[in-house]
Design a protein around this ligand. Structure first.
Ligand code: SF4
Ligand code: SF4
Length: 406
């Protein structure tokens, strides 16, 4: 049971159903199954069985006995760097709803789940091919991932859509529905689910969170979102200007700019709609973090949240070489000393702490190799988007025989 040992307790494994496009069920969307425990899958079993898989019961048992589950590393690392982790956010909203008595403290099982939070990534269909994504979440990336991983006999990844447990959506008095993908707005089922919740009269008691790449937003869709208690629209945008199209290919910046304008306009029109920009900090955008923040603030006056990228490790800022880290450090230190924006200062400090905590620069060759593959297949050149990286690309040798000639 909860006691002073449980300093790392998280309500997610008690209150949330987190679903992946493969059908897998995990405690949350950032949990990593580092110990390769058996995962429940909704394509093969009931919700109750998937929610009591060896993975889920092990996480509950570890938390009840005061340990930090190895799969919770992302929260652990962010908290160490001084950040506000997903665990803390989940606990602020759902800790009071975590019915610990419903869980068998020995087996870690919950016979009758009472979900408060559905986190559904039910499709891997996506209209973009972001460099740091993978084919589990994006069907369009399969061919490039095959080259990167040297799979000679690869097959394209078909679109996967997992059956959403609609009876659970209907019978549970849940508070939050989070939809992500793939790109969730590519799926007609998403709109159908939202319309059913509106028709049944439940929408007014449910908060929505939609993580979207923004490309498919329209004025019509906002009138649907407006009928929910709250709607948080999280727009995944990783840079300002054409650099965003380099990372989040093949989006066009002028389109993205227009979509953010529509979203901003709708958030003024409907009181319950909130928009925020979510930027994943990785090697491609680390140098430009202060400009990203200032531009979104200046042009749109929107909240911007920075998330650290942990995987793939060769895109993580911890993989940067020492000299490059020093450039980032010097630039951020200058911004910190001349700014009075406490939010920006804090975010820059968290990123610096994370970057310098570990030297993973042995992954730099892989970063260069993968960047060159993407550049070749997309007819792009990193120097056109991130000129500061030029020196990193002048001396490295290409060791993968499948790689394009560079
Ligand atoms: S501690 Fe973090 S990673 Fe672990 S289940 Fe909670 S939110 Fe997920
Ligand atoms: S928009 Fe999201 S799902 Fe699509 S490729 Fe980018 S990161 Fe992956």
């Amino acid at each position: 049971m909860l006691n002073s040992k449980n300093t790392f307790f998280c309500a997610a494994p008690w209150t949330s159903l987190c679903l992946y496009p493969t059908g897998n069920v995990t405690p949350c969307c950032i949990f990593k199954n580092s110990n390769f425990l058996e995962v429940g899958n909704l394509n093969k079993m009931s919700v109750e069985m998937a929610f009591n898989s060896p993975l889920m019961v092990s996480v509950r048992q570890e938390m009840l006995s005061g340990h930090i589950p190895t799969g919770c590393l992302a929260c652990h690392l962010l908290e160490k760097a001084g950040g506000d982790s997903y665990r803390k956010k989940i606990n602020r909203q759902y800790l009071q709803d975590a019915n610990l008595a419903s869980c068998d403290s020995k087996s870690g099982e919950i016979a009758k789940p009472e979900f408060q939070f559905f986190d559904l990534a039910f499709t891997n269909s996506c209209n973009l091919r972001c460099r740091m994504c993978n084919d589990e979440f994006c069907n369009g990336l399969a061919e490039e991932i095959a080259i990167i991983n040297n799979f000679e006999n690869h097959k394209s990844t078909a679109t996967k859509e997992v059956e959403i447990p609609e009876e659970y959506l209907n019978k549970n008095k849940f508070k939050m529905l989070k939809l992500q993908g793939g790109e969730p707005l590519t799926s007609p089922r998403l709109i159908s689910i939202l319309k059913k919740l509106i028709k049944s009269g439940r929408a007014k008691d449910i908060s929505l969170q939609i993580n979207t790449n923004a490309t498919l937003l329209s004025e019509n869709i906002f009138s649907i979102f407006s009928q929910f208690k709250q709607c948080w629209l999280r727009l995944s945008i990783d840079a300002w200007g054409k650099r965003n199209s380099y990372i989040r290919y093949p989006s066009k910046w002028s389109d993205i700019f227009d979509k953010i304008s529509i979203a901003k306009h709708s958030s003024k029109q409907y009181e319950n709609i909130n928009i925020e920009i979510v930027t994943v900090i990785q090697i491609y955008n680390i140098l430009y973090m202060p400009e990203i923040y200032r531009n979104f603030k200046f042009y749109f006056g929107v909240e911007i949240h920075f998330q650290l990228l942990y995987e793939p490790i060769y895109f993580s800022i911890q993989s940067l070489p020492k000299d490059f880290k020093k450039n980032v450090h010097d630039k951020f230190t200058q911004v910190i000393s001349s700014s009075n924006d406490t939010y920006l200062i804090n975010e820059l400090q968290i990123v610096l702490n994370h970057m310098t905590e570990k030297d993973c620069s042995e992954n730099m060759d892989r970063f260069i190799e993968v960047t060159k593959i993407f550049d070749k297949t997309r007819e792009q050149q990193i120097s056109d988007y991130c000129p500061e990286f030029h020196s990193l690309f002048t001396t490295k040798v290409n060791s993968n025989p499948l790689l394009p000639k560079i």
